[in-house]
Write a protein that binds this ligand. Structure first.
Ligand SMILES: [Zn+2]
Length: 265
């Protein structure tokens, strides 16, 4: 059975470990920064072992996620290690039938590994996604330097102002992230309060910026979610490069943005 579980883990961790490596290489995952969770589909989980394992408590009740399996990065894990050793740094967990706890399915046996400290925020977001965007199964948090820098500028700490910069810097941003990002004013990380504020910000956006901290993004798969983060970072970089050169970037005009909004891919 361990062999089957190992094979399953190899199949479901590939994209996540690739993306973890890219986040590290881009400088968006210093030390143990960043975390990823993926809600798995039933067809990805053939014949899992029914071995009983310890039921661990969740910080908050998640009834709507009862019985779901998630692949999550372990707490204190470095993204570069997820890239190099996915089977030792990613956990497969199952939410209990009453939604109050979870069991670790892999690695099997007694493990000291525990899910990311941002698990509460991830589960709150997954609860919202199952209702509003059920095809979005990935939640990714990372410290995108260029985007964090924008939220260090007080006058830009507002979703409308941030989006007017991000959407105006490159046509791709309007095409692939037409609604822009949500914004979450500074709240202590790891708390239910920041989880709830992030859910609100993500209800109508696929990405939300945490003031002075980083980005939460959702997507259908890990690669698509990374691509969106990459595009947003590109837009922020263009803005900073223009400003560093002493110029105020013009941005795409309203007419150009409206044309882009009509493009179909
Ligand atoms: Zn963080």
């Amino acid at each position: 059975m361990d062999r089957e579980l190992n094979l399953l883990m190899k199949n479901i961790t590939g994209d996540v470990s690739a993306v973890a490596g890219w986040l590290w290489q881009r400088g968006w995952a210093e030390r143990n920064a960043g975390n990823i969770s993926v809600r798995l589909a039933a067809e990805e989980l053939p014949s899992l072992p029914e071995e009983p394992s310890t039921l661990l408590p969740l910080p908050g009740r998640c009834e709507s996620l009862a019985g779901f399996h998630f692949l999550v990065t372990a707490t204190n894990t470095r993204m570069r290690d997820v890239a190099a050793r996915p089977l030792e740094t990613l956990l497969l967990i199952r939410i209990s039938d009453d939604g109050t706890g979870y069991q670790i399915v892999s690695p099997t046996g007694e493990t000291d590994l525990r899910p990311t400290s941002e698990m509460q925020a991830h589960l709150c977001i997954h609860e919202m996604l199952t209702l509003r965007r059920p095809d979005h199964r990935v939640v990714m948090h990372t410290h995108v330097t260029e985007l964090i820098a924008l939220t260090q500028i007080r006058e830009l700490c507002d979703a409308q102002k941030l989006n007017s910069i991000l959407l105006g810097m490159h046509p791709e941003t309007k095409v692939f992230i037409p609604d822009g990002v949500g914004f979450v004013p500074y709240i202590l990380p790891g708390t239910r309060a920041i989880g709830e504020a992030t859910v609100k910000a993500l209800e109508d956006h696929s990405a939300a910026l945490w003031e002075k901290h980083g980005l939460f993004a959702t997507g259908r798969d890990s690669l698509e979610t990374f691509d969106m983060i990459d595009i947003l970072a590109k837009s922020a970089s263009i803005w900073f490069i223009c400003r560093s050169a002493g110029y105020e970037p013009e941005g795409l005009t309203e007419k150009q943005l409206n044309e882009l909004a009509k493009l179909k891919f």
